[in-house]
Design a protein around this ligand. Structure first.
Ligand code: ADP
Ligand code: MG
Length: 260
């Protein structure tokens, strides 16, 4: 199976701090790959480097066989790299439709904001965009919220709106930064099912950063472990869970399972 993401020797420095230190990581197509590690390990910085929000100090990032190391975020999104954020990045005053439409910004030739003020839409492109939003929300089980103000939804629903925005363009690759944080055990089980459906039904390759270890161990085929910016272990969930280096890395942490 070919690798959808091939990161080689990636290094990100912030002043004197090396947040990501020579990390090499490959994710084969259609894999659900976990990226774990204590707080401050560099997981979010790794996501930011892959999505183009921070500039690497060294190394290379390959996506679908192309080198994207210096490509701007917009171009990477257009290639199909989509993500969610550790803290929700939705605009609470806008409707769910408006927030999710932003996920189609790389595809809509007309200004997506032009359609924000009417559900009827001005032209075929906008109607199609709205239909795709509705289909995506239906797929996630939150179709009824499409015209709600996003800030009035439950926390779990808002997480799904963020996922909807990330997948509405049918990307091949999705990075999720702690999607289970703040969810109840039942909601985490639903999320587990959703991640499998996204892979099995839509063929999406998933890179999952998550503190809820039960979700990672249950849903991921392969797991990579970062500590202080370094890749310290890689393998199946079982291999990683039993690795002494991984156990030692987590020992210093205040609380590893509460989603911080
Ligand atoms: N924009 C930034 N500027 C300076 N330091 C940063 C920045 N982003 C992250 N860091 C630092 O990089 C390290 C890794 O952070 P982060 O990638 O958020 O870790 P994680 O997501 O694994 O908790 C931390 O020490 C953090 O303080
Ligand atoms: Mg983080």
């Amino acid at each position: 199976m070919s690798d959808i993401l091939a990161v080689d020797g990636l290094t990100v420095r912030f002043g004197g701090l090396t947040a990501v230190d020579s990390v090499s990581l490959k994710v084969p197509e259609r894999e659900i790959h976990g990226l774990i590690g204590p707080n401050g390990a560099g997981k979010t910085t790794f996501f930011n480097a892959v999505s183009g929000l921070v500039t690497p100090s060294g190394g290379s990032i390959g996506f679908l066989g192309r080198t994207i190391t210096t490509m701007p975020p917009y171009a990477r999104a257009a290639l199909g790299i989509r993500r969610t954020f550790q803290s929700l990045q939705l605009i609470p005053r806008l409707t769910v439709l408006e927030n999710v439409l932003m996920g189609l910004h790389t595809e809509i030739r007309t200004n997506p904001w032009a359609s924000l003020f009417t559900l009827r839409g001005r032209d075929k492109g906008e109607k199609e965009a709205q239909a795709r939003v509705l289909a995506t929300l239906d797929y996630l089980g939150i179709g009824a919220t499409i015209l709600s103000q996003t800030g009035t939804l439950t926390f779990a629903q808002q997480r799904y709106v963020e996922i909807a925005r990330a997948i509405v363009s049918s990307p091949p690759f999705l990075m999720l930064d702690e999607p289970a944080a703040g969810l109840s055990p039942n909601e985490v089980r639903d999320l587990d099912r959703l991640l499998r459906r996204l892979r099995d039904e839509r063929g999406i390759t998933i890179l999952l950063v998550e503190h809820v270890i039960s979700l990672v161990l249950g849903v991921c085929e392969q797991v990579s472990v970062l500590d202080n910016g370094r890749l310290i272990a890689e393998g199946t969930p079982e291999q990683v869970a039993n690795d002494p280096k991984v156990k030692a890395a987590y020992l210093g942490e205040d609380s590893g399972a509460d989603g911080h």
